[in-house]
Design a protein around this ligand. Sequence first.
Ligand code: ATP
Ligand code: MG
Length: 307
Amino acid sequence: MKLKEVIQKARPLAEPFRVSDGSKFRLKHVDPGDTLQLKSEDKPLAKEALAIGVQALTTLQDMLYAQDRWAVLLIFQAMDAAGKDGAIKHVMSGVNPQGCQVFSFKSPTSEDLDHDYLWRCMKCLPERGRIGIFNRSYYEEMLVVRVHPEFLKAQKLPPELISKKIWDNRAKDIRNFEHYLARNGVVVRKFFLHLSKAEQQKRFLARLDDPDKKWKFSTNDAKERGYWDDYMNAYEEMIRNTATDYAPWYVVPADNKWFTRVVVASAVIDALSSLNLAYPKVDKAKQKELDAVRHALMVSNDHLGAG
Ligand code: ATP
Ligand code: MG
């Protein structure tokens, strides 16, 4: 399939889940089990589409790297077992590792806590020509930190700076930060993999039963599940307050992994294809240089294998 065709097919798969104006957003309007009009019999077809999408991404990333102007930042947020790791692994599987970097953000270290909360993320921003992936991000500052006020207390902020407005202020700062990135050629796309509580239970139980997956289970994950409603409220507020046209959220149904991956791949293809990427053109002077090198190589070819 031609690149142009893949790009055309990708857009309608990602578009329904894109939120670029949060004012009317409600989480309850997105069904975690949604697969658009695709049925589970279409799973092999979806897998094929993903493979084609991954190939297209490889080409687009190659151009992104060669052009060396734009950087792309993909942010992934989700409840545990929603499939962040799998989505990142599958969607980026064809991408040249030299042009892509993944950073996972866990509980902050004491060094992190000695700085403002964006500090540790800023150090990991992608260079021009690269795709950077944040597996969790500064958005945890409006999620886990909001759900567990003790984390906010541990942040060593001057007490007079902690008020009820802190979450609105964080949203405002993040919006401004992402606008700054957009104005500097960093394309930001954010993914919330929206899993249902019932599907999370199923996946946790499957992990406990599978000897190869047991290691992935942490008792803390089960504890966090107890705060499900608080998390959903925090996610909704986060999306309402930080979805913008320059840094949209994709709220991706996550109960079916095969569907999640197709939507994520489509959104990334859509983002890259909006950049009008092209391989740098060789000017006349450079072409002359290349012709001379070709000539020299042809001449020296005579000696090849001579000793
Ligand atoms: P996986 O479980 O697939 O390995 P993960 O992203 O869940 O991936 P964990 O090590 O299980 O990784 O969890 C990281 C934890 O760190 C999460 O519970 C997250 O909420 C927490 N975390 C991330 N950022 C912050 C933060 N700024 N403050 C407090 N906790 C944070
Ligand atoms: Mg985890």
